[in-house]
Design a protein around this ligand. Structure first.
Ligand SMILES: Cc1cc2nc3c(=O)[nH]c(=O)nc-3n(C[C@H](O)[C@H](O)[C@H](O)COP(=O)(O)OP(=O)(O)OC[C@H]3O[C@@H](n4cnc5c(N)ncnc54)[C@H](O)[C@@H]3O)c2cc1C
Length: 358
């Protein structure tokens, strides 16, 4: 079957590899180059974790993790940095309690740590006396750009064709096939089409009025004080998330100098066709306040900062659907700020559906 995949970020690259491996004639279209920085799947790090308030995601994560391990073995390079995840908050924080409850319901082991236990085990952090931490060991970091490239390399080896710098501008559904038109005016015929265009999905499918909003998000790398670096290595520092406040961060990643810190809160609405406004002092001030509160050995000096796009669906859910009345064309929107860890699962699932249906 000849299948087009529109968009080669986290989800599209996974789907391309899956479909090519199944023996389909898969063609992936990417409007920029592989590994570009204009969408949602670039950089050095994304968090993976079992710690969700909704145990549905804990179960999904377990399935996804097996697939990521397979990919890592096939790629022959480190894509996963296991270091655990640490949630921090007030003793009475309701979010911490809901997560603990959900973990128990899935028989996932975790530890409660008070302020002094946290300092002894993970010296990078400072907690107030009235605060506590929840540590769960099955969490860590995906090396995000490497994961996308690790899907694309074998996809090509299985026979997939990758068209970079090729934007699809029109999808015409005819009775016997589907025609895609590129920005350059070329027309190509397919049996099936999978749209994995991230923040551009609403532009490709305006007639659906999808409940998706695109927002500009930011992150920054801050310098670690000289002599304290060992406290920030993954062996000693888990990824961390502040309950309720939703600041989060990573250990040293060995690539970009400093430690990465960000805020999971919807940024300003953004048109993905425009370059995102560079990171400014308004973006950095809350991150600096968080450092001051939490990470006494991190300085407020910014070494690097960047932007990224969230494509948000209601309730942070994912959409995997076919077009109304036409199951030859599917689309996947799996971001909402937490979709990378599931992108391999969503890419494979969408690949399965697009072949099965129609
Ligand atoms: C700051 C930030 C932090 C995040 N943190 C986490 C985290 O810690 N853990 C986690 O699990 N998830 C996290 N996420 C979410 C995760 O990164 C996203 O869910 C995931 O990367 C989305 O992948 P995607 O394939 O849907 O979109 P994208 O990676 O954006 O891919 C879509 C691709 O389609 C291409 N495209 C669009 N339109 C066309 C067209 N017409 N023709 C051809 N190509 C087209 C685009 O150029 C792009 O490459 C974070 C996201 C951001 C922005």
């Amino acid at each position: 079957m000849r299948i087009a995949i529109i968009g080669l970020g986290a989800v599209g690259s996974a789907a391309l590899r899956f479909l090519a491996k199944q023996g389909h004639k898969a063609v992936g279209y990417e409007q920029f180059t592989r590994g570009h920085t204009r969408g949602s799947s670039h950089g050095e790090s994304r968090i993976y974790r079992l710690t969700y308030a909704d145990p549905h995601y804990t179960r999904l994560m377990r399935r996804a993790f097996e697939l990521w391990q397979e990919l890592q073995a096939e790629a022959g390079e480190q894509l996963i940095v296991p270091c655990g995840v640490l949630w921090l908050g007030e003793e009475s924080d309701p979010e911490l309690n809901v997560i603990a409850h959900a973990l128990r319901s899935e028989q996932v082991a975790f530890d409660w740590l008070d302020a002094s236990e946290t300092a002894a085990r993970f010296p990078a952090f400072r907690l107030e006396k009235r605060e506590r931490a929840l540590f769960q060991s099955e969490g860590g970091v995906w090396r995000v750009t490497h994961c996308v490239l690790a899907h694309l390399r074998p996809a090509e080896a299985y026979g997939a064709v990758i068209c970079e710098n090729t934007r699809i501008v029109r999808i015409e559904r005819l009775p016997n096939h589907i025609v895609l038109e590129t920005e350059q005016g070329a027309l190509e015929r397919f049996d099936r089409v999978l749209i994995t265009a991230g923040a551009w999905i609403p532009k490709l499918l305006p007639e659906l009025n999808l409940p998706l909003t695109v927002t500009r998000q930011t992150y920054a790398y801050f310098a670690v004080q000289q002599g304290a670096e060992s406290h920030f290595e993954p062996a000693c520092m888990p990824v961390w998330i502040e309950a309720t406040r939703h600041f989060y961060g990573f250990p040293l990643d060995g690539r970009q100098a400093g430690v990465k810190i960000a805020l999971h809160q919807l940024g300003e609405a953004h048109d993905p066709d425009l370059p995102a406004r560079p990171v400014d002092e308004n973006d950095l001030a809350p991150l600096r306040a968080c450092i001051h509160r939490r990470l006494p050995e991190v300085s407020e000096t910014v070494l690097h900062a960047g932007t990224c796009l969230y494509t948000n669906a209601p309730d942070e859910k994912f959409l995997i659907q076919h077009l109304p009345g036409d199951s030859r064309v599917w689309f996947v929107s799996a971001c909402s700020g937490h979709g990378f860890k599931f992108s391999i699962l969503n890419g494979y699932e969408a690949g399965r559906q697009v072949v099965r249906e129609g």
